[in-house]
Design a binder for this molecule. Structure first.
Ligand code: ADP
Length: 300
């Protein structure tokens, strides 16, 4: 009798403790001990388990909501940053075109040689604008419609061959060595694949100051290809290596602008590689130079 009475009192005081925590929506202590073995105790233990599960679901839901909120804030921040960068990048060529045209209009007696020089500069800047707009449209296409990018069966060897022969006239004294074997196929998007090789070769030509750039197939299996594009030029300081794939990141701002780069080349390359199921990194080469190591899936 007395044992039953004490048991009931104990259950009641534990129940009070539980109701108090539940009313506050507090999580139950992991050490909240089970109710004693009895019909009421067993029912209460089941109730406690339901409460625990509910709290767990709520925690998972809250964590998921927080993650989504954080991601969308990051997204908004990145978009804002991109818009600011785009504005900044567009302003430079537009204001210099304005400046040259204004000078030409206000000074009709300018010597012909000077007029020609200004017109040439205008033309250069308008070309810069065109390549900026072309790069931006590629980036937007990859960002906004990545699931709608059309892919087809292609010869990867031929895409590489095309980029190599298009770049050869610009290479000057830098030799382009294409060691990628013939007959390697891929299911991919022609223009994005082409832009990977074109950008990497163009960079080696314009930035590396080296004597050669080599395209190689490092390994292959049934899932895809590991490739490298390596030059023996000046390379990139390790402080910049992790950042060169960011949009508008330039190692040497003055130099890149002068050459006409948009600062978007490597970010296009990275996106295009990702959209073909691969990853890319840049590795310093000893004694000097830069190697881009990347993979491409046969089907993505
Ligand atoms: P851009 O579109 O202006 O050419 P990228 O995104 O292609 O810019 O490249 C980013 C920066 O990385 C460039 O400003 C350049 O300084 C550097 N870079 C890229 N490739 C090489 C290379 N092969 N050797 C040395 N520097 C390079």
């Amino acid at each position: 009798m007395i044992r039953d009475y004490l048991n009931r009192r104990y259950i009641l005081s534990r129940l009070e403790e539980f109701v108090y925590m539940a009313e506050k929506g507090n999580p139950l202590d992991t050490f909240f001990p089970p109710f004693p073995e009895s019909r009421a105790g067993r029912l209460l233990n089941r109730l406690v388990n339901v409460y625990r599960r509910d709290m767990n679901d709520r925690d998972t839901l809250t964590a998921a909501r927080e993650l989504v909120a954080r991601e969308s804030q990051d997204n908004i921040r990145q978009k804002k940053q991109l818009t600011q960068n785009i504005n900044h990048e567009l302003k430079t060529p537009v204001s210099s075109i304005n400046g040259y045209l204004e000078t030409l209009i206000n000074n009709p007696d300018l010597p012909q040689a000077q007029r020609d020089a200004f017109l040439r500069k205008c033309y250069e800047q308008s070309q810069r604008l065109s390549s900026l707009l072309a790069d931006l449209s590629t980036i937007t296409r990859m960002d906004e419609a990545s699931d709608r990018i059309e892919k087809e069966d292609l010869s990867l060897s031929e895409v590489i061959g095309e980029a190599v022969s298009d770049m050869e006239p610009l290479a000057g004294r830098l030799a382009i060595i294409n060691n990628f074997p013939a007959g390697r196929d891929i299911f991919g998007n022609h223009s994005l694949l082409y832009s990977i090789f074109r950008n990497l070769l163009e960079n080696a030509i314009f930035y590396s100051k080296g004597t050669k750039v080599t395209v190689s197939l490092v390994s292959e299996d049934e899932s895809g290809y590991e490739l490298s594009i390596e030059d023996d030029g000046v390379g990139i300081d390790s402080v910049h290596l992790d950042r060169i794939f960011e949009r508008f990141y330039r190692v040497d701002k003055g130099r890149s602008r002068k050459i006409g780069g948009t600062g978007l080349g490597l970010s296009i390359v990275k996106n295009a590689v990702n959209l073909h199921g691969g990853t890319i990194k840049a590795v310093p080469v000893s004694p000097s130079g830069l190697r881009f190591e990347f993979s491409l899936a046969r089907r993505s």
